[in-house]
Design a protein around this ligand. Structure first.
Ligand SMILES: CC(C)(COP(=O)(O)OP(=O)(O)OC[C@H]1O[C@@H](n2cnc3c(N)ncnc32)[C@H](O)[C@@H]1OP(=O)(O)O)[C@@H](O)C(=O)NCCC(=O)NCCS
Length: 172
């Protein structure tokens, strides 16, 4: 199956409150610990979710992505993609990519200027992410990445990109 066909057969839809249990399981299994799942829960409880999507295999949710606000500068509307999770038995089958492409498309539709994430550049380059030009709270270098949805919007922007406080309350 080609990469394009594989992606087209990985349906993604917005998460609903009824998905909470499945999302907790997916995130816990993907990271082999509960911290990231508690982070998702905190962000949901605080009403700070911008985008929450699940990827489906049949009727079963097997992947999840969350997007929450990032504070950087009044000139740019930014958001952070984290965490991205796929059940281990379903990894390497295109679910993560389908979630990423859809999260980016939805963020673009919501008129966000730029997206950030912390992750392995080998994986995230394929979605257009490049090394971030601004600082982050984690001392990350190459792993902190940006995607301009409005080209050039981050030019001349400096400072530190800050995730919602839940990221500092849970050890991720
Ligand atoms: C990272 C993750 C979401 C990717 O989802 P996925 O459904 O397995 O990814 P896809 O099937 O869309 O893409 C597979 C490709 O990504 C690569 N890949 C997967 N995880 C990777 C990682 N952590 N680093 C680098 N490359 C990775 C695979 O080698 C494969 O490459 P190929 O297309 O060249 O063969 C999934 O592996 C996961 O849940 N991992 C544990 C949690 C995690 O680390 N999340 C990301 C940090 S927030």
């Amino acid at each position: 199956m080609s990469r394009e066909t594989r992606l087209a057969t990985r349906p993604v839809r917005p998460a609903t409150p009824a998905d909470a249990g499945a999302i907790h399981q997916i995130v816990t299994a993907a990271f082999a610990r509960e911290d990231e799942a508690r982070l998702v829960q905190l962000i949901v409880e605080r009403g700070q979710v911008l985008i929450s999507l699940v990827a489906l295999s049949g009727d079963e949710a097997v992947g999840h992505v969350l997007v929450s606000p990032i504070e950087l500068s009044e000139r740019v509307r930014c958001a952070g993609i984290a965490p991205l999770s796929v059940l281990p038995v379903h990894q390497g089958m295109g679910f993560g990519s389908a979630l990423m492409f859809e999260a980016i498309a939805v963020a673009r539709g919501l008129n966000f200027d730029a997206l950030f994430l912390l992750g392995n550049p080998d994986y995230y380059h394929r979605f257009g992410f490049t090394t971030a030009q601004v600082g982050n709270e984690y001392g990350a270098t190459d792993a902190f990445m940006q995607l301009e949805l409005r080209p050039g919007c981050l030019q001349g922007v400096s400072g530190t990109a800050r995730y919602v406080s839940a990221f500092n309350e849970v050890s991720v």
